[in-house]
Design a protein around this ligand. Structure first.
Ligand code: KIV
Length: 336
């Protein structure tokens, strides 16, 4: 039934005489006569098929002491590449406010905007466990509000879990969500949504009392049912001790190598930003996507301007007889 409707809809596509911007490709993994738009995800066979990562997979990684890999994604392409690269968790962080929507900080992003991006990411993450960040204002008012938002993230955003910021004070909220069967990733230490109260983006836990507070927060959100906790911007030694005191994994960002896993914002680690932008100390730049894209787009611009592109190999052929006929038809029309 599904197959026939697919073939029927594709037959429509191939019969169409309307010129299309989209080329059609033959997918390797499905019926050879079915053609999709080259921009369709169906046009790209999975390079590295993996089993779906579940809460069980994450627990077993933690039990075995194997680091858990986490990266952010904000749309289909950034999630597609993260999934193909074998990430365990893909996080639709609210950092998308800045990296995808050009906002100044995370406080501006709305639930509907997060949901749109979660859906787009979730279409690509065939294997990675996908988590969506609850944006500021969508969960702090009451546990009921948080549960309602978390349910929207699962039903509309199609993610498998949600992340929310905060320690002890958020424990009843986290409990409300986890008891409804929605996995929660905690987030303590530097919590960017509270930057105004923290006096900016400041490293947390730098004093013994500050470190104790981060530990107490981590223990409280663990007790409330979090499946893992992000530890952001705390000294490596403190993060390592907290990790030892917890029975669930810690995912560090600016928290050293003693955590159970690591998370980075994708645009940071791939170098997808113009030169001169400030990068926090903990970010390692593994690529230079900005420079590569810039070079490619500038070359394209130059080749279009100089008529080097498109070359004959980028064009579609027509049989000579058909072309001659066409020229004849054009001449007839011109005479009329
Ligand atoms: O929003 C985000 O990208 C995050 C990660 C940096 C943990 O919260």
């Amino acid at each position: 039934m599904y197959f026939t409707s697919l073939v029927r809809s594709c037959a429509f596509l191939t019969r169409s005489t309307r010129p299309s911007r989209h080329a059609f490709v033959r997918p390797i993994l499905s019926a050879p006569h079915v053609r999709y738009s080259s921009h369709s995800p169906m046009g790209t066979p999975s390079a590295n098929p993996r089993k779906k990562v579940t809460i069980g997979t994450l627990r077993s990684l933690h039990r075995r002491g194997e680091p858990i890999t986490v990266i952010t994604a904000h749309d289909f392409p950034s999630a597609h590449v993260a999934d193909a690269a074998g990430m365990d968790i893909v996080l639709v962080g609210d950092s998308l406010a800045m990296v995808a929507l050009g906002m100044e900080d995370t406080s501006e992003v709305m639930v509907e905007e997060m949901l749109l991006h979660c859906r787009s990411v979730a279409r690509a993450t065939k294997s990675a466990f996908t988590v969506g960040d609850l944006p500021m204002g969508s969960y702090e008012i009451a546990p009921q509000q948080a549960l309602e938002t978390a349910i929207r993230f699962v039903k509309e955003g199609r993610v498998q879990g949600v992340k929310l910021e905060g320690g002890k004070e958020m424990a009843p909220t986290i409990q409300k969500i986890t008891t409804a069967g929605i996995p929660v990733l905690g987030h303590v230490g530097l919590t960017p949504q509270r930057q105004n109260a923290l006096g900016g983006f400041r490293v947390q836990g730098k004093t013994s009392l500050g470190a104790l507070k981060v530990l107490e927060d981590a223990l409280a959100v663990q007790e409330a049912g979090c499946f893992a906790i992000v530890l952001e911007a705390i000294p490596a030694e403190v993060a390592a001790i907290i990790t030892q005191k917890l029975s669930i994994p810690t995912i560090g960002i600016g928290a050293g190598n003693g955590c159970s896993g690591q998370v980075l914002v994708q645009v940071d680690m791939t170098g997808n930003f113009p030169p001169g932008r400030f990068l926090p100390k903990f970010v390692k730049k593994y690529g230079d996507v900005w420079a590569e894209s810039l070079k490619a787009i500038e070359t394209y611009r130059d080749e279009v301007k100089s008529r080097q592109y498109p070359a004959p190999e980028h064009t579609y052929p027509i049989p000579k007889a058909e072309l001659d006929n066409f020229v004849g038809l054009v001449e007839t029309i011109e005479k009329e």
